[in-house]
Ligand binder design. Structure first.
Ligand code: 5GP
Length: 178
């Protein structure tokens, strides 16, 4: 399980590292958040309407789901089960509330990716130009709360230097999974 505030650079750290670990599959979550430019359904998330998300809840399709940043995000049971049944490891990107829920049932490898500071996080969120100023404020407020939970994770990677953060993630995965 991997968590970290929005803008901590989770995607940039994970994507190139996962290319080196063919046995690890990133579990695609479902979300009601609107697509950002450059995102596509089935690649970044399964983008759902509110009604579709409600139906998935009713069908008991989620391992967990949470409200994050005014939208809903959930880990789909079938995505994780298919990965595990085929002998692979499932990497689940999840917010800190979702992590707490899952940890009540099992004890997964847990990694938290943190920004070097809240100031850096604010700069990154502003630079990527995918959120409104109000959304950035709300993401920073949530980030403060999320950073307080980093002690619950087995490993914390501070993403100050991207190559170093990728190196640390590689070392953790080599140690834990091989
Ligand atoms: P973003 O909108 O920036 O892609 O993601 C916002 C937040 O939602 C991040 O903290 C991310 O970890 C979290 N998130 C993504 N997928 C899931 C999920 O399936 N479940 C939960 N609980 N959080 C998720």
């Amino acid at each position: 399980m991997l968590s970290g505030p929005s803008g901590a650079g989770k995607g940039s750290v994970i994507t190139p590292v996962l290319a080196k670990f063919p046995t690890i599959h990133l579990a695609l979550s479902a979300t009601t958040r609107p697509k950002r430019s450059g995102e596509s359904d089935g690649t970044h998330y399964f983008f759902k309407t509110d009604a579709e998300f409600d139906q998935l809840i009713q069908d008991d399709a989620f391992l967990e789901w949470c409200h994050v940043h005014k939208h809903r995000y959930g880990t789909l049971k079938n995505t994780v089960h298919t990965t595990i049944q085929t002998g692979h490891h499932s990497l689940i990107e999840i917010d800190t509330q979702g992590f707490k829920k899952v940890r009540q049932h099992c004890d997964p490898l847990s990694i938290f990716i943190a920004p070097p500071s809240l100031e850096t996080l604010a700069e990154r969120l502003t630079k990527r130009q995918t959120e409104t100023p109000q959304d950035i404020e709300s993401r920073l407020a949530v980030a403060k709360v999320e950073l307080e939970s980093q002690g619950d994770y087995a490993y914390t990677i501070i993403n100050a230097d991207l190559a170093e953060a990728q190196h640390q993630l590689t070392q953790i995965l080599e140690k834990e999974l091989i």
